[in-house]
Design a binder for this molecule. Structure first.
Ligand code: C2E
Ligand code: MG
Ligand code: MG
Length: 574
């Protein structure tokens, strides 16, 4: 059926006025006769400024020929003619891209009189598409390519390299201890750091390389068409230099360290997944080797990684399956052999590998962030056990709990300690938190604040493995420290090794000057004990007295073995 102008006016007027499709009625000379509100909004002109003017005045010069061709090619019937993309000129000077289509309409006799122009705004849908692409392929925080785009680009680069027999390098960069920055400065500061990192990375590469945020604190770079290894080492040097400079986070300057893993194709892998995997393994190795390090992938990394991964995945379930257990090692008064307390030491009853010591899994707990949940469990369990012992006839029993740096840096750590005390009913002074020197070296305001809060609960703070850090001792004055726990490596050399003797002795002298207590750990011989006793050591702990043991065994040990030990130590003093 053919539409006539009369019918158009009658039937379509309400539609014409209300539709969101921009429509204009145009005569055959191109003069605009009428426009609907949608067209006026699209072009940004009121009706009176459009109507009567030639349609071509609203078309960008470069698209005028295409618009004229569209006129000419209009189909003779009332059917929809071909459409074409044109750029229209808006009143505000902007060009917008629209899909233009013309329809002929006829008068009642069926003669051609006018045509209808519809415009479909493509800018909106293009923007929507662009937005969609941005969300899908780019990281919203840094604006870098995301993991998906990295995959695409890597695949593309690999296909090209295969054809040209070229080389590709994939670099994976990890910002070490980023989680600590998030925990101690807050997430906004963490975001700021990631942005700053990506800004510093960008200038290190050519446009053809792809820099992506792989996830969290990991970045990946595809170096395409590498002639050899020389450009890779140049990039590595640039990266380490740029990331080695301080970052300002809020008011503070923060130094970060990074670990970089490198995998090369075709040598290490020919598809994107295996190459990414190799680069990640190399990166993990680099971070183990120390700060600001890089490592090229080697095949033996794979076998180790598989084993580690197996252990890590079972670690995730260890807490809920109640596979963790605390062992307790007695701490003894060297002079009178009385038990003063115990140190709680974490063990993992692994379903297939048996009893594992903390060295095998605590670093993994820290890396995965599981240390928060596991540490909370340790704290609560140890406090509850200490309370039980105090109520059952050891009123002076104190409990020492090891705290990792990551736990202490957590914002709510002091509240967690308070909660554990409150839940167990244990007095604050019965709890001794062992932290390492490295934590205090960081010397952030947060550390001081958290430790003050903890000390405010009456809880004691000890420096574990004292003497092993290369730290200036000034921190001892700034933080509320109560005692020093001499590392067992110094105790081992007593009395034969004169260096160890000198170091251990000077720690006692330092403690005395600062009014701190001293605990000796790793005491294995009666000779060591008597030397320590001469130095007024407050507490001793070691295999000489007992190895760490489950709570139930400790009760037995206390009643059966400790009395004999006391006799021995009395004799050793004579
Ligand atoms: P640490 O706090 O310095 O604990 C003392 C370590 O020395 C314990 O090893 C203990 O079994 C061992 N030891 C005690 N007496 C002797 C001795 O006479 N000779 C020798 N050779 N060794 C002795 P363990 O239980 O393997 O713990 C190792 C480390 O794991 C601990 O060192 C501590 O840093 C960490 N750790 C243990 N439990 C936890 C925990 O619950 N949380 C955290 N974050 N770390 C923990
Ligand atoms: Mg300890
Ligand atoms: Mg220690």
């Amino acid at each position: 059926m053919k539409a006539t102008q009369g019918q158009f006016a009658m039937l379509f007027k309400p539609f014409f006025q209300t539709t969101t499709i921009p429509i204009a009625l145009v005569d055959f000379s191109g003069r605009i006769q009428e426009t609907n509100p949608a067209m006026q909004i699209l072009l940004g002109f009121p009706a009176e400024e459009i109507e009567g003017r030639n349609l071509l005045e609203f078309v960008a010069a470069e698209d005028v020929p295409a618009t004229q061709a569209l006129f000419r090619n209009m189909v003779p019937s009332g059917a929809k003619g071909p459409s074409t993309e044109i750029r229209c000129l808006r009143r505000d000077g902007q060009k917008l891209t629209a899909l233009a289509a013309f329809f002929k309409i006829h008068d009642q006799n069926g003669d051609q009189e006018s045509m209808i122009l519809t415009l479909e705004n493509l800018s909106d849908s293009r923007q929507a598409q662009q937005r969609f692409n941005d969300i899908t392929y780019f990281d919203p925080l840094t604006g870098l390519a995301n993991r998906l785009l990295l995959h695409d680009r890597l695949e593309h680069a690999l296909t090209q390299a295969k054809r040209a027999q070229g080389m590709i390098a994939l670099l994976m960069i990890n910002i070490n201890r980023f989680r600590d920055i998030n925990d101690s400065f807050g997430h906004a500061a963490g975001d700021q750091l990631l942005n700053e990192v990506s800004n510093r990375l960008r200038p290190c590469f050519r446009d053809s390389d792809t820099l992506a945020r792989f996830n969290g604190d990991k970045f990946a770079i595809v170096l395409d068409k590498m002639p050899g290894l020389a450009p890779v080492s140049l990039v590595l040097r640039k990266l380490l230099e740029r990331l080695g400079k301080p970052f300002s986070i809020g008011e503070q300057d923060v130094f970060i360290t990074s670990s970089i893993g490198i995998a090369l194709s075709p040598g290490d892998g020919k598809d994107s997944d295996s190459l990414l995997n190799c680069a990640e393994l190399a990166m993990a190795r680099a971070s183990k080797e120390g700060r600001n390090n890089y490592q090229f992938y080697t095949p033996e990394m794979n076998a180790r990684a598989r084993e580690r991964l197996r252990l890590e995945s079972s670690l995730y379930r260890a807490l809920e399956r109640s596979e963790f257990e605390l062992y307790y090692q007695p701490q003894i008064h060297p002079a009178n052999g009385k038990m003063l307390g115990t140190e709680a030491l974490l063990r993992w009853n692994h379903p297939t590998r048996g009893l594992l010591g903390p060295e095998e899994f605590v670093p993994m707990l820290e890396e995965t962030g599981l240390i928060h949940a596991a540490g909370r469990w340790v704290l609560h369990t140890a406090c509850a056990q200490a309370k039980a012992w105090r109520s059952a006839g050891f009123p002076e029993m104190r409990i020492a709990v090891n705290i990792s740096a990551r736990q202490l840096l957590h914002r709510n750590f002091a509240e967690e300690v308070a909660h554990a005390l409150q839940q167990s009913g244990l007095e604050g002074e019965a709890l001794d938190l062992e932290i390492t020197e490295s934590i205090l070296m960081e010397d952030t305001e947060l550390n001081a604040e958290v430790l003050q809060k903890i000390a405010g609960l009456g809880v004691h703070i000890s420096i574990d493995d004292f003497g092993t850090g290369y730290s200036p001792l000034t921190y001892l004055k700034r933080f509320p420290v109560h005692s020093l726990k001499i590392d067992r490596s110094f105790i081992q050399g007593i009395p034969e090794n004169s260096d160890d003797m000198a170091i251990a002795f000077s720690i006692f002298a330092l403690a005395e000057t600062l009014g701190l207590q001293v605990t000796a750990e790793g005491v294995e011989t009666a000779q060591q004990l008597s030397t320590l006793n001469n130095w007024q050591c407050n507490k001793a702990q070691g295999y000489l007295f007992a190895r760490p043991m489950p709570a139930a065994r400790l009760d037995e040990w206390h009643s059966l073995e400790l009395p004999q030990l006391r006799v021995c130590s009395d004799q050793s003093q004579n």
